[in-house]
Design a protein around this ligand. Sequence first.
Ligand code: NAD
Length: 512
Amino acid sequence: MNLTEKDIQTIIESVLKNVEAAIGNEAGAPSQTSSQQPLKMKQLSPEVSQTGASSHWTPTSEYGVFDNIEDAITASYDAQIAFVKQAKLADRERILSAIRTAVLKEKEHLAKLVFEETKIGNYNDKIAKHELSAEKTPGTEDLKTESITGDDGFTFVEYSPVGLIGAVTPVTNPTETIINNTISMLAAGNAVVFNVHPASKQASAYTVQLINRAIESVGGPANLVTMVKNPTLDTVQVLADSLKVKMLVGTGGPGMVKSLLKSGKKVIGAGAGNPPVIVDETADLQNAAKSIIEGASFDNNLLCIAEKEVFVLDSVADDLIFQLLDQGAHMLNHSELAQVMDFALEANTNNQPGGCTFQNRKYHVSKQWIGKDASTILNQINVNKTNTKLLICEVDVHHPFVQLEQMMPILPIVRVKDLDEAIEKAVATEHGNRHTAVMHSNNLDSITRFAKAIGTTIFVNNGSSLAGVGFGGEGHTTMTIAGPTGEGVTSAKTFTRQRRVVLAQGSLNITG
Ligand code: NAD
């Protein structure tokens, strides 16, 4: 007799009930049966969580924002224990839905807060990023139990909570990363303490409070999501050293990812990229230009996935440039480029590695100019043009704008003689980050060759890089693309522990 999916589901439900009863569901996944009988959650107080958790933290917080990192850790640790005890899958979904609704309601305000505090990027694009994070981050549907049946019995694998997660966030997507990480981590039954970039701490605090208010409004526990009011490298270290923190998640540059990896904990590391674009002779050049402008200018090129340099085959280079100019890009001439380099780059006088690679470079990008508008950059060199979103320049492969992750709306274009040269240069320029690459081609063989050679976590063909995170492309979104540690486009499942339950010796095997 063959088992139907319904039979397997019934078996899983009954086994889960028994297993949960046996292990007290200390940090386990909630019963699937709960979705049929949703529990009305009660507001949890710190006293409720005393069972099996710390009990003496001082609540010096306001909706999850703590003066002291140790207090933030203790509060979230307690909250997570209460969360898995009390919240069933349907309750988790109710919490996530409240968070999504609160963010969507305040997307303009959140974008304004981030823009005013960080002074980088583009207000309208930030609204779109908040919308994307709230709508396209998967929830509990991402956690699908796997089952195996056969002569020897029945085995299933559950995706259970990790516990308390410490998460470090970047200045380039500060609130969007908090929203995206929170939805994914809570969907999986975890709690999270954020250590945000200091230059975005006010907007981040507002977001954490908004999220906690939303959670509490549907009866969820207080302090499931916390942060320290004044984050520093020392507070990151406290997170890394805390026995209560079971996993670290770092979104930012390679220095931060490397430092988290020294913690001895499980780390999900989402590091820098320097995404190259190849345009070959088979590409639809009008579409290529449109997509390149869209991706490279979005939020003034702050995104780690954004197009950072183009390698175009000589035979179509003039036509591609014509299309880029026709669609509003501004070509920097020699003198303009030299002037822009003067202020947008800084000499690396200390010979320190930095940016998207540990290799030493002659220049660093000037932090002051990261994420500024194309028109502001032009204005600095006395070119008065307000209707352009992207500056382009023709350079060779060694140019600092090609080799550095500039995060400015300046896109260098390098001519190459053929696809071999394009692939060789694109791979070298990506610096082994294995983050994102883009191609414009209609030749399947060429697409396969480039995708194989570069081995990036995200590879987009015939679209803008944004399609790689669900913006005009299929698939869910993330603000944490874990290239260095290999988890890829993160979602709830990434923030889980796998637990295998085996019913051996033919038990529950009703086959045949
Ligand atoms: P950053 O590395 O300067 O800072 C990121 C975070 O790490 C901040 O909270 C910062 O305070 C902290 N930090 C910095 N150095 C640290 C150290 N040595 N130890 C511990 N913590 C440290 O990066 P940023 O300027 O905020 O963000 C831009 C970078 O992040 C770019 O390189 C971009 O490519 C990358 N990024 C990657 C992803 C991804 O999903 N892979 C997403 C967004 C941004």
